[in-house]
Design a protein around this ligand. Structure first.
Ligand SMILES: [Ca+2]
Ligand SMILES: [Ca+2]
Length: 168
C-alpha cells in the first residue's frame, strides 16, 4: 500500500510498484514514497519502508521565443557586420544539453544578406556583393528558428527588417 503519492501504484499482494501518471523532471524531480506492508492479523501489524525515485531530465521542451515578431530598421548604406536584431528563446529543460538553444535563419534571407549567431541569436548584416538597395528590396521578412537539438524540437519567429533611404 502506498502513501504520499498518487503517481505510483502498488499491487496489493505482489509488491510491484507501477507508474500511473506521466512524470516531468521540470515539475518534480524526486519522490519519496512510503510503502506500507500489512498482514491480515487482528489487530493488523504493519511495516514501512521508503522508495526514493529520482526523475532524470529528458529533452521534452522546445525553445520558446520571447517575442513572436522582431522588427529592425536599417539605413540602406549600412555596412557588413552591422547589428540588425537580437532574438532570444528560452528552453525549460534542466540538463545543459537539453536546454541549449541553437538559432538559424530558415527563410526570407534574400541574397543571404543576413547571418545569425548560432548560439547568441544576434542577427547582423553580412554580404560580399552589393549592399542594401531600398528601391530593390525595401523590406525583408526573416524566419528565424530556435532549435533544441537532442529531440530536434524547434519554434519559429519573424524578424521584419525595413530599409531606410539615405539622403545623399
Ligand atoms: Ca529542450
Ligand atoms: Ca525536460
Amino acid at each position: 500500500m502506498l502513501k504520499s503519492s498518487s503517481r505510483f501504484v502498488a499491487t496489493a499482494t505482489s509488491g510491484v510498484i507501477t507508474l500511473r501518471q506521466k512524470l516531468d523532471h521540470e515539475t518534480k524531480d524526486f519522490y519519496n514514497i512510503t510503502i506500507a506492508a500489512r498482514d491480515l492479523g487482528s489487530p493488523a501489524l504493519s511495516g514501512y519502508t521508503s522508495l526514493l525515485v529520482t526523475v532524470s531530465d529528458v529533452d521534452d521542451n522546445a525553445p520558446v521565443f520571447h517575442e513572436d515578431k522582431y522588427a529592425a530598421s536599417l539605413l540602406e548604406n549600412a555596412t557588413a557586420g552591422t547589428f540588425v536584431a537580437q532574438v532570444n528563446a528560452t528552453d525549460m529543460d534542466a540538463d545543459e544539453a537539453h536546454k541549449t538553444v541553437y538559432y538559424s535563419i530558415d527563410g526570407g534571407n534574400y541574397e543571404r544578406k543576413f547571418v545569425i549567431g548560432e548560439l547568441n541569436g544576434t542577427v547582423y548584416l553580412n554580404w560580399s556583393g552589393d549592399g542594401l538597395d531600398r528601391e530593390k528590396v525595401p523590406e525583408y521578412t526573416l524566419t528565424v528558428a530556435a532549435i533544441s537539438r537532442v529531440n530536434n524540437t524547434e519554434q519559429k519567429s519573424t524578424v521584419l527588417v525595413s530599409t531606410e533611404g539615405v539622403i545623399s
